[in-house]
Design a binder for this molecule. Structure first.
Ligand SMILES: [Fe+2]
Length: 267
């Protein structure tokens, strides 16, 4: 049995039913959960776009979308129980997601290899780096979801940051990091060296923005970088940082890197 489009509908209905049970009287909780539902929907759209660019076959496209649909399923019980999306302060939402899928048996209608690809991609979507042992289709879907997820997180972060800046007093979300005018030199240096930022290094909101810039180095597919460029996400993030010559140089470096990768194509 393969993933037919009608069974994708079945999985979508399952997702809606499963996630809706976490909504209740608390509007703050509901808003956080709704944000994750919307993020899921948009990540599905991003992964469909990437899968189309990569000319994946129909079965692969459907599995890719299934991965996107379930990648953050663990976020719902995580938030309901811990009131945070911070894995460090609660639990590993990627791993929890796989546990839920297994407990509920939701993927049991799939052949074993396809089920494993979905589980592998969900399990690794939020890791800092992918383990070297991943290969074949498991690796492909893990790479796809990581890029699609990041593309939508850029949108979410920019939207939230704008809203915060427009009216910090009435911003309804809790800031994970203090809003201070500086950034950490170690974070800046890491981005300048093309390295990924460890979450423990981040001390200010500016560090978080710098961290998002460094994600370009972790993008797997040129098609994802082309999308990033078309949306202008990097320019928007850069506009949130202090307008110093150092930031300007860093921005130019990051944009040039994206330009080169898009030009080289490959994926
Ligand atoms: Fe996630």
């Amino acid at each position: 049995m393969s993933v037919e489009s009608d069974s994708l509908d079945h999985f979508r209905r399952w997702f809606d039913a499963y996630t809706s049970r976490f909504f209740g009287d608390d509007e703050c909780i509901n808003a956080h959960l709704r944000m994750k539902q919307e993020h899921t929907e948009r990540t599905c759209a991003q992964i469909r776009g990437l899968a189309g660019h990569l000319a994946l076959d129909e079965r692969q496209q459907q599995i890719a979308e299934l991965v996107a649909l379930f990648h953050d399923i663990g976020r719902f019980p995580q938030y309901a129980q811990y009131r945070t999306f911070n894995d460090g302060k609660s639990l590993d939402h990627s791993h929890l997601g796989v546990e839920i899928l297994r407990q509920k048996g939701v993927l049991n209608v799939l052949p074993r290899d396809q089920r494993q690809w979905v589980e592998t991609a969900v399990e690794h979507h939020g890791r800092k780096v992918l383990p070297a042992h991943l290969n074949g289709q498991g690796l492909l879907f893990a790479q796809l979801i990581r890029d699609a997820d990041k593309l939508d997180i850029y949108r979410v972060v920019i939207q939230l940051y704008r809203r915060y800046r427009a009216d910090p007093e009435h911003f309804p979300w809790k800031l994970e990091l203090p809003d201070e005018p500086h950034y950490s030199p170690a974070v800046f240096e890491a981005v300048a060296r093309g390295q990924l930022i460890d979450h423990t290094m981040m001390q200010t909101l500016n560090d978080m923005i710098l961290c998002k810039l460094s994600w370009v180095y972790d993008m797997n597919f040129a098609a994802a970088l082309a999308r990033l460029r078309a949306e202008g996400f990097l320019e928007q993030l850069l506009s949130f940082l202090p307008a110093t010559p150092a930031i300007e140089r860093l921005g130019a470096q990051v944009l040039a890197y994206v330009e080169t990768r898009v030009h080289q194509g490959v994926g």
